[in-house]
Design a protein around this ligand. Structure first.
Ligand code: KE4
Length: 427
C-alpha cells in the first residue's frame, strides 16, 4: 500500500506537533508504524492522503454514527456558517439541542453544553464536589473520562495503550482524593464506601466501559453503584460520552434501567463538531453559575455550527428503526468475526453492545481492566496492520472500540469479515 504522502506529512507534523498528532490516541505507538493522514470521508468510507480507501470503524472515535459527511448534517452546518460562526450569545439552536437531549436521556432535567467530553466530566466532578461539599471521588481502573487532572489516574484509552496509566504532572493532592477501584467489583465498592463514609462526592463510571476495550457491566453492578451512592449521599455520574446516543436514544441508563444523578455526554451529541454536555437533576444543576456558586464557562460553548450538527444528528437518530439496524449490523459483524477467528483457531473474546464492540485476543472472558490487559496485544498489532492491508480501518489499540454507523452496509460487514480472515493469516 502506497503511504508516501502520509509519511511525508508525518515527518513535517512531528517537527511541529508533539508526536505529530493532536491526540496521543491517534499515534500508532502500541501497534507500530506511523499514522495515516486522512484526506476525506463519506458514509462508511475514509480515504488517506495517498488515495487508499478503507471501511472505517473508528468513526472519529464514535461521533460519526450517521457515517461521514451525512448530507443533512453538512447542509445544517453550511446553513449555520452562512449566518456567522460564533456570537458568544445564546441562540435558538442551543435550546433545540437541549430539548432533544432532555427528551432522550432519563437522568437529565437540565443540561449545560461545553466543548468536549473532558470539559463535561471535569465540570460534573466540580459540580459534585460543590453540591456535596465533599472532596473524594471514585473512578474505575481502565475508565477514561478525558484528560481532567483528577481523572488521569489509572485511566484507559490512550494512557493504557501508551503504558502511562497515570499521567505525569497530576498534583498529588488531587490524585490522593481519587480512589480507583476495579470495574465490575461490587465488594471493592462496598469496602471503599465503608472506609470513606461521608467523604465521597461522586462515583464516575462508564456504564458500558469503552476505554479498556468494550466491557459490559455485570448483571446488578450498575444497580449496586446506584444503591451504595444513594445510601451514602454521594452522587452517581454516568460518563456516557461513548454510550450516549450510541446504544440507544436513552443510552446505557435506558438499557440497564439505572438513573444516575448526573450524566456526561460528548461525541455523537455534537455530530462530529466539538460538543460535550453535562446535566442531571434540576436541584443539582441549580448549583451551576450563574444560578449558583460552581463556576464553569466557555467562549465557544453552544457554538451555532456545533449545535446545528448535533441537532441534525439527533433528529435523524429519532427516526424509527435506526437502532434496530445498528444492532443487526453489529450482530452480523460479531458473528462473522467469531467464525473467522474460530476457523483460524485464534482465541478471541468479542464484547458488544449494539454498534459498539471490541475483539480481544484472548480466549477468556473480559470483565475488567486486568482481563483486557491480559490479551495478546502483539497479535492485535499484527492483525491491525493486516486489516489495513485489506482496506479496514480500526482504532490502533485493543483498549478501544469499533464503531458501526448507519452508513455501513451488509456488504461492508461481509467485506470486513473476509478481510479479517485474510488478516488473521499474518497473526
Ligand atoms: P473528549 O475530551 O476526547 O471529547 O472526551 C473525553 C472522553 C470522556 N469520556 C469517555 C468515556 C471517552 O471515551 C472520552 C474520549 N474517548 C477517546 C477514545 N476512547 C477519544 C479519543 C482521543 O482521546 O483522541
Amino acid at each position: 500500500m502506497n503511504t508516501a504522502n502520509s509519511q511525508e506529512l508525518f515527518q513535517r507534523a512531528k517537527e511541529l506537533i508533539p508526536g505529530g498528532v493532536n491526540s496521543p490516541a491517534r499515534s500508532w505507538g502500541s501497534v507500530g508504524g506511523n499514522p495515516l493522514f486522512i484526506s476525506r470521508a463519506a458514509g462508511s468510507r475514509i480515504w488517506d492522503a495517498d488515495g487508499n480507501e478503507f471501511i472505517d470503524y473508528v468513526c472519529s472515535w464514535g461521533p460519526m454514527i450517521l457515517g461521514h459527511a451525512h448530507p443533512d448534517v453538512v447542509a445544517a452546518v453550511t446553513r449555520a456558517a452562512e449566518k456567522g460562526t460564533s456570537y458568544g450569545a445564546p441562540t435558538e439552536s442551543e435550546v433545540r439541542l437541549a430539548e432533544l437531549v432532555i427528551d432522550s436521556v432519563p437522568s437529565i432535567e437540565v443540561v449545560r453544553f461545553v466543548n468536549s467530553g473532558t470539559e463535561a466530566t471535569m465540570s460534573a466532578l466540580r459540580l459534585a464536589r460543590a453540591f456535596t461539599g465533599r472532596s473524594k471521588i471514585v473512578k474505575f481502573d481502565g475508565g477514561y473520562h478525558g484528560h481532567g487532572d483528577a481523572l488521569l489516574v489509572k485511566a484507559g484509552s490512550g494512557l493504557a495503550s501508551t503504558g502511562i496509566p497515570t499521567s505525569a504532572g497530576i498534583h498529588p493532592g488531587l490524585a490522593q482524593d481519587t480512589i480507583v477501584l476495579p470495574y465490575n467489583d461490587s465488594e471493592a465498592l462496598e469496602k471503599a464506601f465503608a472506609a470513606h463514609a461521608g467523604e465521597i462526592a461522586a462515583v464516575i463510571v462508564e456504564p458500558i466501559a469503552g476505554n479498556m476495550g468494550v466491557v459490559l457491566p455485570e448483571p446488578g453492578y450498575l444497580g449496586a453503584l446506584r444503591q451504595v451512592t444513594a445510601q451514602d449521599g454521594a452522587l452517581l455520574i454516568f460518563d456516557e460520552v461513548i454510550s450516549g446516543f450510541r446504544v440507544g436514544l436513552d443510552g446505557a441508563q435506558g438499557i440497564y434501567g439505572v438513573t444516575p444523578d448526573l450524566t456526561c455526554l460528548g461525541k455523537i451529541v455534537g455530530g462530529g463538531l466539538p460538543v460535550g454536555a453535562y446535566g442531571g437533576r434540576r436541584d443539582i444543576m441549580q448549583t451551576v453559575a450563574p444560578l449558583g456558586p460552581m463556576y464553569q464557562a466557555g467562549t465557544l460553548s453552544g457554538n451555532p455550527l456545533a449545535m446545528a450538527a448535533g441537532v441534525a444528528t439527533l433528529e435523524r437518530l429519532r427516526e424509527p428503526g435506526v437502532y434496530d439496524e445498528l444492532e443487526r449490523l453489529g450482530a452480523l459483524l460479531q458473528a462473522g468475526l467469531r467464525r473467522v477467528f474460530n476457523d483460524a483457531e485464534v482465541p478471541v473474546t468479542i464484547n458488544r453492545v449494539g454498534s459498539l464492540l471490541t475483539a480481544f485476543f484472548t480466549g477468556s472472558p473480559v470483565k475488567d481492566m486486568a482481563d483486557a490487559s491480559a490479551g495478546d496485544h502483539d497479535a492485535f498489532g499484527r492483525w491491525f496492520h493486516g486489516l489495513l492491508a485489506n482496506g479496514i480501518y480500526i482504532a490502533p489499540s485493543d483498549y478501544e472500540a469499533w464503531f458501526i454507523s448507519t452508513a455501513h452496509t451488509e456488504s461492508d460487514i461481509q467485506a470486513t469479515i473476509d478481510g479479517a480472515a485474510e488478516a488473521l493469516k499474518s497473526v
